[in-house]
Ligand binder design. Structure first.
Ligand SMILES: Cc1cc2nc3c(=O)[nH]c(=O)nc-3n(C[C@H](O)[C@H](O)[C@H](O)COP(=O)(O)O)c2cc1C
Length: 186
């Protein structure tokens, strides 16, 4: 079982990327989590670019997301919602309409912010957006609030409760992917 881990933050010291690194360790047996990086290379979504000569970064996004059994997203919250780069990636992945790589894909969402609500609005919005794009959204949100207090200087998660929540989240996501795989096994 291969689950991709996609962080909505591009910054080097990102708490959301650190949260995904903690998820790598929290993954249950048989689940391999792999950090996916590629958001920054994507052009802004533009229907005029949807030709046979698709940008390489978009091809890579679609190939990588298509072959994953499931995807775990970690989103920061920017002005009460999902960062533009992450929304852009979902828009690219949602196309062609009704045939995009997110169609029927099991996905789950977590999020960290330095505020007191732990990117809850961004997570709710991301779940809604992913659902509209055709993904099978699994589980509830995991709002990691006051993120600057929950990681050490090396980005290691200090909160055992959040670690257990991540493990549970991944277990639920993996079960969903096993119960109803989105693609025919090769
Ligand atoms: C443009 C911008 C808007 C932000 N808006 C919010 C917000 O609406 N809610 C919130 O809790 N934090 C907000 N923050 C603070 C982020 O939670 C904080 O920068 C966090 O560390 C970003 O995630 P990252 O560490 O993964 O990059 C904002 C930060 C930026 C840069």
């Amino acid at each position: 079982m291969r689950i991709l881990a996609v962080s909505g933050s591009l910054r080097g010291g990102s708490y959301n990327t650190s949260l995904l690194r903690a998820a790598l360790e929290a993954a249950p047996e048989g689940v391999e989590l792999e950090l996916w990086e590629g958001l920054a290379e994507l052009p802004l979504f533009d229907e005029d670019l949807e030709t046979e000569d698709l940008p390489e970064s978009v091809r890579r996004l679609r190939a990588d997301w298509a072959t994953a059994d499931a995807i775990l997203f970690a989103t920061p919250e920017y002005n009460g919602s999902v960062p533009a780069g992450l929304k852009n990636a979902v828009d690219w992945a949602s196309r062609p309409r009704f045939e995009g790589v997110l169609r029927n894909k099991p996905v789950a969402v977590v999020g960290a912010s330095t505020g007191q609500f732990g990117a809850l609005w961004a997570q709710q919005d991301l779940k809604r957006i992913l659902g509209i794009a055709g993904a099978r959204v699994v589980g509830t949100e995991i709002p990691v609030s006051r993120a600057h207090e929950r990681f050490d200087n090396e980005g290691r998660l200090l909160d055992g409760e959040v670690f257990e929540q991540l493990r549970l989240h991944l277990t639920t996501l993996a079960s969903e992917a096993v119960a109803a795989p989105d693609r025919v096994a090769a």
